[in-house]
Design a protein around this ligand. Structure first.
Ligand code: DP6
Length: 325
């Protein structure tokens, strides 16, 4: 009853922003991401009949409090699914996601946890079903089950059985790169979960966001299929700006951007003016991710690194889906 799994994090080019069901984690809109090989989590789960509760060790440290509660609540769902509600586990995870990189380590974290728990319990399930289970830990994590370019279909059923990720194209289809620009600023104040809830409930821009998604998705998928970097970059950048615009109109209003976030955005636009195709995207935090093509890696890295307030620039290729070790 022991298994180890590895999952990579992902970055959304079309953002998941807003839930229609908070308990099952069902989104308002489809989203689309790239799985990244540079950032991953490895997790070992061992179920033991004599345990009276779960334990969770992350990067060698015992985890308690809210983070622990989220892991056990998620394992409860898997235990229930397996019909073994009283079987507890020791969970040990290692994050190869620089904590400050502003990548939701929860995406690779929940995908690795779901995959290892399911295997440890001997459940034979499809990738689709694994994505459904993973989704219930953290929405964006359901996309990390697959590698390459991945779409999370929102589904329409109330029980969430048609809300899962599907692969649009494998990692080998297209070598595009993502630079994570890590800022020296502190932790974010509004968590993504809280931020999207406030936006859905109060932002007058929210309905326009939802309405605009099918068009963005159709176009970006066409761009991915034809490897049209300009098209994919332009849609991703505009989609990101649109998502962040909804937060400015929320009540109370908020933004994830810091001064340096905007400086990086401006620098990316400068690069384009100089003929280097680069596009940015930003999740629910101040760090920026920059999309670029392999031949521009050096220029991108050195240019971004020079911006005052930037701590680090970590580059990544497209990565694979969950695997077992
Ligand atoms: C801005 O997946 O972290 O990164 O489902 O509440 O756990 P929960 O939220 P989470 O939200 C990610 C939001 C985002 C966009 C995205 O990854 O699509």
């Amino acid at each position: 009853m022991k298994a180890t799994a590895k999952a990579h994090t992902n970055i959304a080019l079309i953002k998941y922003w807003g839930k229609r069901d908070e308990s099952l984690i069902l989104p308002m809109n489809n989203s689309l991401s790239v799985t990244l090989d540079g950032f991953y989590t490895e997790t070992t789960v061992e179920f033991q009949t004599e345990l009276e509760q779960d334990s969770f060790i992350l990067d060698g440290k015992v985890v308690t409090g809210k983070e622990y509660d989220r892991v056990t609540a998620f394992l409860d769902r898997i235990r229930k699914y397996a019909g073994k509600p009283d079987l507890y586990a020791n969970v040990e995870s290692t994050n190869h996601v620089p904590t400050a990189a502003g990548f939701a380590s929860s995406a690779s974290g929940f995908a690795a946890l779901a995959a290892s728990a399911v295997k440890a319990l001997g459940l034979k399930i499809s990738k689709e079903q694994l994505s459904i289970l993973t989704r219930q830990g953290s929405g964006s994590a359901c996309r990390s089950v697959f590698g390459g370019f991945v779409e999370w279909e929102k589904g329409s059923l109330e029980d969430g059985s048609d809300s899962y990720a599907v692969q649009v194209a494998p990692a080998e289809h297209w070598d595009i790169r993502v630079a994570a620009v890590v800022l020296s600023s502190k932790e974010k104040k509004v968590l993504s979960r809280e931020g999207m809830k406030r936006t859905v409930e109060t932002s007058p821009f929210y309905s326009s966001w939802v309405e605009s998604i099918p068009h963005d998705l159709d176009n970006i998928k066409q761009g991915i299929r034809t490897k049209d970097f300009k098209k994919v970059g332009e849609i991703a950048e505009a989609n990101c700006l649109k998502m962040h615009a909804t937060t400015l109109a929320a009540n109370p209003p908020f933004t994830y951007w810091h001064d340096t976030t905007m400086a990086v955005m401006r620098k990316v636009q400068d690069l384009r003016d100089k003929g280097i195709p680069a596009y940015f995207t930003i999740d629910a935090g101040p760090n920026v991710k920059v999309l670029y093509q392999p031949e521009n890696e050096e220029t991108i890295q050195t240019t971004l690194q020079e911006i005052p307030g930037v701590n680090d620039v970590i580059v990544s290729r497209t990565g694979q889906g969950v695997s077992y070790i």
